[in-house]
Structure formats: C-alpha cells, structure tokens
Design a protein around this ligand. Structure first.
Ligand code: ATP
Length: 289
C-alpha cells in the first residue's frame, strides 16, 4: 500500500516576536499561508517494524534527524503501531530557507501515516502532536492561511488572500534560525500590526495586505546578510506590490497582482539568486491535504 502527500512551503505574511518566555521559547504571532511549491512525500507500508527515510537531496539527513522520520516515530510510539514505513521525500522546497520545508514534510508524514496505518486521528490531534516536532508543524498539518500564536502551535484559520503571484528568491546562504532569535532584541525590533493584517485578509483587500507585510526577524537577518536587502530592492524596482523576508530567512518573497510584472521580477533576480520560483498562493486548507 502507498500513500502520497503533498508538503507545501509556507510564507509569513507577518511575523511578530513578542517576547522570550521563561521556558526559553519565544512568544510569536504569525500570519502564514501555503504556496504551491511543494515536496512530494511517498509513504509505503512495511511489514517489518522499520522507519526508513529515502531522499535524493544531499541537504537533508536520511536518518532519525530527519523531521519526517521523527513524525513517523512519534505516531508509531503514541499509537503503538506494529508496522513500518518507507518515507520517500522528493525535495523541491529549498532547505533552511524560512519556508518550513522540514516542518511541512513532518506534517505530511503525520497525515500520511495516519491513513497508511489506519489510525484515523483528526487533524487537531495531529497538529497537537506536530508541536512536539517543531513550531511550524502544527500550521503545516492544516495548511491554508492561519494565525499562529504561542510558540507557533496555537492555530486559528483565516480567510485566504485574494489570488496573486508570489516570486520566491533564495540567495546561496544558509540562515540559522537559532542565531537569528539569539540576536533579536524585541524591544528595539520592528513589530507588525497583526490585527491590521487579519482585517486585510477578512476584507480580501490586497492593497492593505501589501501595506501590512512585516517581519520582526528581518532586521536581524539583513544585518548578518545584506544580500537579503539587495533582493528586496531588486524586487521593488521590478514592480513588486510587496516584498518581505519569510521566517528567519534568507528567502525573500514578492507579492504581485499583475501578470506582466511577474516575469520582470523573476528575470531581475535570476542571475543574482541561484533559486528563484514563481508560485501561486494555495488558498484554502482543503487544497493542501
Ligand atoms: P522554518 O521556516 O520552519 O524555520 P526552514 O525552512 O528555515 O524552516 P528547513 O528547510 O525546515 O528550514 O530545514 C532546517 C534544518 O532541518 C536543516 O538544517 C535540515 O538539515 C533539517 N531537516 C531535517 N529534516 C528535514 C527535511 N525533511 N527537510 C528539510 N530539512 C530537514
């Protein structure tokens, strides 16, 4: 038996870090949405109790360090499953890019083994379990558009943005999320107006969405990697309606309403960044799972 799952990337339309908590995690408020750049996860039932990860990407580990492995192990232990799974990951999402590729793979495995092993847990249960793997996993279980609070695990569905193009550009640098959070001073950083972003989504107001994109982590990452700002400038000059870094970076995204401008933005980045993608927002939850 084989189960196929799509594991889409996410972007942060807004990302606020409120403060550091006593347990060491940061309290966040993030408005996230999935885009149609996705890893493909193929799960094959094994009769012998093993969890096996296979990927052709040299950037992701093929052992218990892989978040997809951890998701399968968590489900197996929690529900006392006596069967195994071979997890094949076709990696299309850039790694360590601020696009939650690993988290989305883990979420896809939670959804997939839930079917493969006939567990039949609901998505709320899977999201609760996902929080043990990483802060973005709960959101990725549902996909679509949502507000994530707490350390990222408290999810409230939001209306999807009006359809538009998204250009993603990742420079050839890796960013350590941990370093960015360590260097962040929440008192000095810029904070988004999350409520205004939520209202913009509720009103399907593209201009207001563009006016309210903001990321508290951007200032820290651009200080470490000035090329992030250069990408933002190039995208703006080429006609983007809004530009922002996603997550802790270094991927920058542009929101673009007019078809004619999309390729101009793509071309302006193509020689500068090794990875540039033109994608659409995925919209509702149902389309991702
Ligand atoms: P986020 O936006 O959630 O912070 P990210 O896009 O910055 O995530 P990932 O692509 O998820 O980062 O990768 C972060 C690290 O996790 C990498 O160093 C990678 O080796 C490790 N990793 C483990 N499993 C996976 C996986 N299935 N896919 C990608 N990376 C993985």
């Amino acid at each position: 038996m084989v189960v196929l799952e799509k594991a889409p990337a996410k972007i942060n339309l807004s990302l606020d870090v409120l403060h550091k908590r006593n347990d060491g995690f940061h309290e966040v408020e993030m408005v996230m949405t999935t885009v149609d750049l996705a890893d493909r996860i193929e799960l094959t039932l094994l009769d012998n109790d093993q969890i096996k990860v296979v990927s052709e990407s040299r950037f992701v580990p093929n052992d218990e360090r892989n978040l997809a492995y951890r998701a399968a192990k968590l489900m197996k232990d929690y529900f006392n499953i006596r069967k195994g799974v071979r997890i094949f990951i076709e990696k299309n999402i850039p790694v360590a890019a601020g696009l939650a590729g690993g988290s989305s793979d883990a979420a896809a495995v939670l959804r997939g083994v839930n079917k493969l092993w006939n567990i039949d847990a609901d998505h709320d249960k899977l999201a609760e379990m996902g929080a043990q793997i990483g802060s973005d996993v709960s959101f990725c279980v549902y996909g679509g558009t949502a507000l994530a609070k707490g350390r990222g695990e408290k999810i409230k569905a939001l209306p999807s943005p009006p359809p538009c193009w998204v250009v993603l550009a990742k420079p050839s640098i890796g960013v350590s999320t941990q370093t960015v959070y360590q260097k962040l001073n929440t008192n000095k950083a810029e904070h988004p107006n999350t409520q205004a972003m939520i209202e913009a989504l509720e009103n399907k107001d593209f201009e207001a969405i563009c006016a309210n994109v903001s990321n508290t982590l951007e200032g820290v990452t651009t200080k470490l990697h000035p090329e992030v700002n250069q990408i933002k400038e190039k995208m703006s000059e080429a006609g983007a309606d809004a530009v922002l870094m996603s997550g802790s970076g270094p991927t920058v995204f542009a929101l673009v309403s007019q078809d004619a401008r999309v390729h101009r933005i793509y071309n302006s980045l193509k020689g500068f960044c090794p990875e540039v993608h033109i994608v659409r927002m995925l919209g509702n939850r149902e389309t991702t799972c």
